[in-house]
Design a protein around this ligand. Structure first.
Ligand SMILES: [Fe+2]
Length: 238
């Protein structure tokens, strides 16, 4: 089964799940994912739910938005007296990337705040590349075996890049591109795997709540309580 590939830089896609599936509950820095218990402070939807005013077959002509009688009629009828225009794209929206500054990870108040708020008391830094990781070939194979942990897996990419693959609610793979400045938290019980990309190099900070336990339980590992809890969480967000 081939994973859905999210290209580097597509942070929005990363935080909202893939086009093919619902969010699995992972958390990427500053981009809370739908349904994650860590991100429940979202504004509720209107009780009436969303409404498509114009679109699909009855699309407005955006090229004449400055002088469009149809748009004017909607604004008049619905009392939309105020308007402005915003541009959301990488080059024009401040803070779009929302990455941490990996170059200052040794003394970064933003990183410290995340660690404090989420209780990430333990950390170390690992480098995964052929020349620096003993048992490289075996470890690369092990990282790419589908597995879960009984605790959160937290990674902050300081240099290089790689991919985390996680299972969505329909058990399909979602591929998450991770590069310098990205931090991700995989909840306990989520099936996942990791691989390098063509650069064959990543340097990452590993964070942990309390004393680290790195045990990977290869699939099938459905009998663990952490897995049962995660499946229940998925069901609640369906
Ligand atoms: Fe893992």
């Amino acid at each position: 089964m081939s994973p859905d590939v999210l290209e580097p830089g597509t942070r929005r896609a990363l935080s909202t799940g893939s086009q093919s599936g619902r969010a699995p509950g992972y958390w990427a820095h500053k981009r809370p994912i739908l349904g994650n218990p860590a991100c429940q402070a979202r504004a509720p939807l209107s009780p009436a739910g969303p409404e498509l005013v114009a679109g699909q077959a009855g699309r407005l002509d955006a090229d004449k938005h400055e002088n469009d009688p149809e748009l004017e009629a909607i604004r008049r009828d619905r009392g939309y007296s105020w308007m402005d225009i915003v541009t959301i794209c990488k080059d024009q929206l401040p803070g779009y990337e929302d990455k941490l500054d990996a170059d200052k990870h040794e003394n970064d108040p933003e990183l410290e705040a995340i660690r404090r708020d989420r209780g990430y008391s333990w950390m170390d830094i690992v480098t995964i590349c052929k020349d620096q990781l003993p048992g490289y070939e075996d470890k690369i194979k092990m990282f790419y075996e589908e597995h879960l942990h009984l605790d959160e897996e937290i990674r902050y990419i300081l240099d290089g890049s790689g991919y985390f693959d996680v299972r969505d609610q329909e058990d399909k793979w979602i591929r998450i591109s991770m590069e310098k400045g990205d931090m991700i938290t995989l909840p306990a019980g989520i099936y996942h795997r990791f691989t390098l990309d063509e650069k064959n190099y990543v340097k990452a900070m590993r964070l942990f709540v309390g004393e680290p336990v790195w045990t990977a339980h290869n699939r099938p590992a459905d009998h663990f309580e952490a897995r049962e809890r995660y499946v229940k969480f998925l069901a609640q967000t369906a």
